[in-house]
Design a protein around this ligand. Sequence first.
Ligand SMILES: NC(=O)c1ccc[n+]([C@@H]2O[C@H](COP(=O)([O-])OP(=O)(O)OC[C@H]3O[C@@H](n4cnc5c(N)ncnc54)[C@H](O)[C@@H]3O)[C@@H](O)[C@H]2O)c1
Length: 246
Amino acid sequence: MSQQRHGSTPGEAGDVPAFPDLPEATIARLPEYLRALHHLAEAGAETVSSEGLAAAAGVNSAKLRKDLSHLGSYGTRGVGYDVALLVDQIEYILGLDKNRAVCVVGVGNLGHALAGYAGFASRGFRVVALFDADHGKVGEVINGMAVRHIDDLEAVAEQESIAIGVIATPPTAAQAVADLLVAVGVTSILNFAPCVLSVPPNVDVRKVDLAIELQILSFHEHRKASLTALPGGVGGSAGDQEAVGS
Ligand SMILES: NC(=O)c1ccc[n+]([C@@H]2O[C@H](COP(=O)([O-])OP(=O)(O)OC[C@H]3O[C@@H](n4cnc5c(N)ncnc54)[C@H](O)[C@@H]3O)[C@@H](O)[C@H]2O)c1
C-alpha cells in the first residue's frame, strides 16, 4: 500500500504532544499492534512485554518500543504494557472511536467484494453507500445495500457525512471520481485503480495495488536467487545460475 499524504498536524510543545506527528512507518505499524493486542485481550492477557507484543505483531521489539514511545507509552519495567490501555491509546490515535462512514464507487468485481467484506464493520467502518455509473447496476442489492447512481453522491454525502471514499473503478474513471469525492467534501480516499490521483493538499490518498506487492515479492525472489547463485552464497553453486533468470 502506498500513500500520498498532506496536511499532518504538528505536535505541540512538551514531552508528549497532544496529537503526535508520527512517522509514516509508525502509523503503518499501529494497526498491526492493535490487531495483536486484540488477540492478546481475547486470550485474557492484561499486560504484555515489548518482546511479546513485538513477536505477536511480527516486528522487532526495539522498533516497537520506539513506535509506542511516540504515543507517550513506555510500559512499566518488569510488567510491560497494559493491554487495555494501549488498545485505547492506539484506537484514539488512529481515530477508530469515530465509526467512520465509507462509500464504495465502482461496484464491479472488486467493488462487489469490498461491499460484502465484513472486516470493515468489525474494525469500526460503516459502508454507507455504493455507487456506480452503470444504470444496469443501480438498484442491485449487495449486503443489504442498494447500489446508487454516482449522480446521487452529493445528496448521499450530505446525509451520511462520508469520511472515506473507496475508488474501485477502471483507472480511466478514477480521477473524475476522485474530483467528485473531493467536491462533496471527502478528504480521505482509498484508491484501488492503478493510477496516480491529483488531489488538493488537504486530501489523503492511499493506494492499494496487489500487482505492485507481487512485483516487490518478485524482486525478493530474484534477490534470493541471486544470493544463492553467488560463489560462497547460501547454498550457492554454479548450477544455481540457471535458476536466477527463470
Ligand atoms: N488494487 C488491486 O489490487 C486491484 C485488484 C483488482 C482490481 N483492481 C482495480 O480495481 C478497479 C476495478 O476492477 P474490477 O475488476 O472491479 O473492474 P470492473 O470493470 O468489474 O468494475 C468497475 C466498475 O466501475 C464502474 N464505473 C466506471 N466508471 C465509473 C464512474 N465514473 N463512476 C462510478 N462507477 C464507474 C463500472 O460500471 C463497473 O461497475 C480497476 O481499476 C482495477 O484495475 C485493483
